[in-house]
Design a protein around this ligand. Structure first.
Ligand code: PLP
Length: 404
């Protein structure tokens, strides 16, 4: 069967050029990048080249890049690293007065990835208070709400760049400006935007930024955390002196080389990819609007990443549609891959105002760098038929339709 994959927000394949760059570091150039002998120095040079490549993708300096195991670790490191250093300082300052460490405060949004939301919830259990700001019906937070949420004890603002389910892009420039005016650290989870839309950490006043290899045609299990020079950040892990002690552990040289190469390729092709892929995404949306009654695009009025669309098919059980499409050769998803199997409707879709039923009727299609027009034509052929078939089997849909 011819398979079409439209689930690139879940993960991307490793680009052949990325794989080519990585392969020597599994065998011939296998040395530890911390070894002082010649093979070790070769591995070190490769890691440092990758640091430059990742830095160039986001307008950072190479020494501001820490390699991690992926987006989840980067998010956790940013949140707990800032919180721990923030709480540690004032404890010393107020120790003699109250003996009570100040609890600290985080500002985030309701539509963050679990890597941020669950880290925030864990912080709450440690006494930190967290403001979860609502978003509008397109999935964007209001920068004024960020401003109003600031308290004297606020340690960090963490707002994602692009949402993984909707593709909508938060107004980071305004939020960054507010953070800077209030001398607050600003972290963004850019796992879904890095390599898809331009990022300049200086223009956006970002202090910490997370990205992940496997979302930009690099390998899984490697990511990066950008940390602006001078940011007070406590390490998460304790061990050797790798990466200046920020992130101990023998470097995953092959993975890091792959992430670097992927960042370089993304930087070179970002503008072209964005134009081509968004035209295909728009074609898919237009085609479905023409061919399928009672569909709605979620979050489509906001600035979005070029590859993502989230579509509500009224009266459909989203997972049933994903399975029906899978049987016909199309891979897509009901939302975040890490939430599949969850009974609850998507927290992102309910946050933008969808009812639980509407949220459960919504599918995410995320295109990739190599998605072709004929793949979109294939999707436009099979989706309307699968939707009609499922609706014909649904007594509730039939009953509701007969009343329209
Ligand atoms: N943040 C966002 C927005 C994501 O989409 C993901 C992965 O789906 C992550 C964080 C986690 O990244 P990783 O899979 O590299 O841990």
């Amino acid at each position: 069967m011819n398979r079409v994959y439209l689930d690139f927000n879940a993960t991307t394949p490793v680009d052949p050029q990325v794989l080519g760059a990585m392969l020597p570091y599994f065998s011939a150039d296998f040395a530890n990048a911390s070894s002082i002998h010649t093979p070790g120095q070769r591995a070190r040079a490769a890691v440092e080249t990758a640091r430059e490549q990742v830095a160039a993708l986001i307008g950072a300096k190479p020494q501001e890049i820490i390699f991690t195991s992926g987006g989840t670790e980067s998010d956790n490191h940013a949140i707990f690293g800032v919180l721990n250093s923030f709480v540690a300082q004032p404890i010393l300052a107020v120790h003699s007065v109250s003996q009570q460490p100040p609890p600290g405060h985080l500002i985030t949004t309701t539509i963050e990835h679990e890597a941020v939301l669950n880290a925030c919830q864990a912080a709450e259990k440690q006494g930190v208070s967290v403001t979860y700001l609502p978003v509008d019906c397109e999935g964007r937070v209001d920068p004024n709400a960020v401003f109003r949420a600031i308290r004297p004890e606020t340690a960090l603002i963490t707002v994602m760049h692009a949402n993984n389910e909707l593709g909508t892009v938060h107004p980071l420039e305004e939020i960054g400006r507010i953070a800077k005016q209030h001398n607050l650290y600003f972290h963004t989870d850019a796992v879904q935007s890095a390599g898809k839309i331009p990022i300049d950490v200086n223009a956006l006043n970002i202090d910490l930024l997370s990205l992940s290899g496997h979302k930009l045609y690099g390998p899984k299990g490697v990511g990066a955390l950008y940390v602006r020079s001078g940011t007070r950040l406590q390490q998460l892990l304790y061990g050797g002196h790798h990466q200046r002690g920020f992130r101990p552990g023998t470097e995953n040289v092959a993975g890091i080389v792959g992430l670097g190469k992927a960042a370089e390729l993304a930087r070179n092709s970002l503008a072209n990819d964005a134009q081509r892929v968004s035209a295909l995404r728009d074609k898919l949306e237009r085609g479905l609007l023409e061919r399928v009654p009672q569909v709605r695009m979620n979050g489509a009025q906001a600035p979005r990443t070029p590859n993502t669309t989230n579509i509500m098919f009224a009266g459909i059980e989203g997972e049933a549609l994903v399975i029906a499409l899978d049987l016909k050769g199309l891979s897509c998803s009901v939302g975040a891959a890490c939430s599949s199997g969850a009974i609850e409707p998507s927290h992102v879709l309910t946050a933008i105002g969808l009812s639980p039923e509407e949220a459960k009727s919504s599918l995410r299609f995320s295109l990739g760098r190599h998605t072709t027009e004929s793949e979109i034509n294939f999707a436009l052929e099979i989706i309307p038929a699968a939707v009609a078939q499922l609706r014909a089997l649904s007594p509730t849909y039939q009953k509701a339709a007969s009343h329209v």
